[in-house]
Design a binder for this molecule. Structure first.
Ligand code: DX5
Ligand code: ZN
Length: 215
């Protein structure tokens, strides 16, 4: 399976996110990564489902909504309605992750579970039959432009091992500090989807930056 690239609009200019999404649309990135932060689970507040609904008009690519929120069960129906193609929430923020994954999938949206760098892969082991993808954070969530935490690759390797042994089909996505060098390590460990904020949107040739990440 070839690697997918998911530029993160968090690294874009917030005064005109429509233009940012339109510009990603011109590249061959497969996915657009959208970071939703509530000021509770993480300190910053970004935007909600109405913003995502407005951005929908600017792109046909898959919208990957990464919920960094407490009580994700309240937000999920709103993002389904807004046109998300993939929705992930943090295992650390949910009391009933298995039920929530089922709800997302029943609506025809891909369901993902997210692990913070300090969370063990074993915490999502009972969910692996139910997920379409696991999002491993490679920085502590909340901010773009942080340094990649290499220890999280142990989680990725463990997930890839379980996937192989149990003939599962979930994808592995990684998010935070992805650049040309760390992308190589991620791919070796078994990652399928690379999220990249500053490594793409922080350059003046987004397509060239994406090509470099693909390697
Ligand atoms: C951080 C977000 C990331 C962020 C990554 O909490 O989840 O998606 O945009 O940014 P970079 O690639 O700059 O580390
Ligand atoms: Zn993210």
């Amino acid at each position: 399976m070839s690697i997918k690239i998911a530029p993160s609009i968090l690294a874009g200019t917030f005064e005109n996110l429509g233009a940012v999404v339109e510009k990603i649309e011109q590249t061959n990135a497969e996915v657009i990564h959208i970071d939703v932060m509530d000021g509770q689970f993480v300190p910053p507040i970004t935007f909600g489902s109405q913003m995502v609904q407005s951005l929908r008009a600017y792109s046909k690519k898959r919208f990957d909504v990464h919920l960094m929120v407490q009580n994700p069960e309240q937000q999920i129906p709103l993002f389904i309605h807004a046109g998300a193609d993939m929705i992930s929430f943090h295992v650390e923020a949910s009391r009933h992750p298995h039920r929530l994954l089922q709800q997302i999938k029943q609506s025809g949206v891909k369901a993902g579970i997210v692990l913070n760098p300090g969370t063990s892969a074993f915490s999502v082991a009972p969910l692996l039959n139910e997920v379409d993808y696991v999002l491993q954070m490679s920085v502590n969530p909340g901010f773009g432009g942080q340094a990649f935490i290499p220890e999280v690759l142990k989680n990725v390797e463990q997930l890839a091992k379980w996937r192989k042994e149990e003939h599962l089909t979930f994808e592995i996505e990684i998010d935070g500090g992805v650049n040309e060098e760390t992308a190589f390590l991620c791919k070796q460990a078994g990652v399928d989807i690379l999220v990249a904020g500053s490594a793409v949107l922080g350059t003046n040739d987004w397509q060239k930056a994406i090509d470099k990440l693909r390697g």
